[in-house]
Design a protein around this ligand. Structure first.
Ligand SMILES: Cc1ncc(COP(=O)(O)O)c(C=O)c1O
Length: 334
């Protein structure tokens, strides 16, 4: 087995590694071992300073999003405490990313996987899950339109997923209520961000779907320092987390902001709230591709857009270090 150790930057974690590549070249036992340990990338063309923005490249996970981490933790925990038996079918309602993560994990661990998804999510997601051996069931939209999935669309898909779980005697993942998802980001993503920055960050900025990512990362960072501020990002016309009535349930940030406060977020207090308009997110998505060489989805772009607004606002001082997340690959939206 050939192994090349990761190049560590112990003295100044935020110093950029010059030259080609900075990652490790380890051999992994299975695709499951390739989940997590994603790079933190400085976006120095989008944010020319003062201040610095670093983005955790979660789109590099095997299923193409940060949901791989939650999928893995949920399956491991359920197997460990006997809720999921060997070979038992796993069922979940998904906007596609949790489904892709579960499809990866289930394929590699021998569980059949059934994904229930709103017809409003992009077809590329169905293609990916089916290629990974999943059975995909599509549910008609209630009040959304293709590319704009609402809370009612999600509720319809959840109802179908629960019914099919009963019929098949499956294990229902229940990502909106499953605490393992939060733990994956607390012990994984949050701890990695802390290590990669050497604790030298002022804020973490993130969109909210189930809230597992923001709450998990937020918990870990707060356990290390009360200096780091946690900001929740929402579409400008749907901001229930910030305490505003929902003007429009439709927006382009697929996988996030379903017009109500998700259970994981209920007991959590963000330090601040940031709003992003659809057009701003889509412009930032193009900028990420053209200026930084990074092709990601609209929620990732919303994160970066919100981080840039925060850096420019001077709310955190004149030159803050802000960390955000690149949630998934743009290939999921074609
Ligand atoms: C593209 C995308 N961005 C952001 C999120 C939000 O992540 P979380 O559910 O951890 O809040 C999701 C969730 O599925 C997603 O698919």
């Amino acid at each position: 087995m050939v192994q090349q150790k990761t190049r560590m930057r112990k003295t100044n974690p935020l110093a950029i590694v010059a030259g080609c590549g900075g990652g490790s070249m380890t051999v992994r036992g299975s695709i499951i071992d390739a989940i997590g340990s994603t790079p933190l990338i400085e976006l120095s063309r989008i944010c020319r300073g003062p201040g610095r923005i670093f983005a955790k490249a979660e789109f590099l996970n095997p299923g193409g999003s940060m949901k791989d981490r939650a999928a893995l933790q949920i399956v491991c925990d359920a197997e460990a405490d006997g809720r999921l038996a060997a070979g038992q079918t796993v069922v979940e309602m998904t906007s596609g990313n949790m489904g892709a993560g579960l499809a990866v994990v289930c394929a590699a661990s021998g569980h059949p996987f059934l994904a229930v998804m709103s017809r409003g999510n992009s077809p590329a997601r169905r293609v990916q899950m089916e290629a990974l051996g999943a059975e995909v069931m599509l549910v008609d939209q209630v009040d959304g339109t293709p590319g704009r999935v609402t809370g009612s669309d999600i509720a319809a898909a959840v109802a179908r997923a629960k019914a099919i779980t009963r019929e098949r005697g499956g294990f229902y993942v229940d990502q909106f209520n499953n605490a393992s998802g939060v733990r994956a980001h607390e012990t994984g993503t949050g701890a990695e961000i802390w290590e990669q920055t050497g604790g030298q960050l002022d804020a973490f900025v993130c969109v909210v779907g189930t809230g597992a990512t923001l709450v998990g990362v937020g918990r870990f960072l707060r356990s290390q320092s009360d200096r780091v501020k946690i900001y929740a990002v929402e579409p400008a016309r749907s901001r229930p987390l910030a305490g505003f009535a929902v003007e429009s349930p439709q927006h382009v940030l697929q996988g996030t902001s379903y017009g109500s406060i998700p259970p994981h977020f209920a007991g959590f207090r963000a330090d601040g709230h940031l709003a992003v308009m659809d057009e701003e997110a889509l412009r930032c998505q193009r900028d990420l591709g053209r200026l930084e060489g990074i092709f990601v989805g609209p929620s990732s772009a919303a994160n970066v857009c919100a981080a840039a607004k925060l850096a420019a606002s001077a709310e955190l001082g004149l030159a803050p270090t802000i960390v955000t997340l690149l949630c998934d690959t743009g290939l999921k939206y074609v």
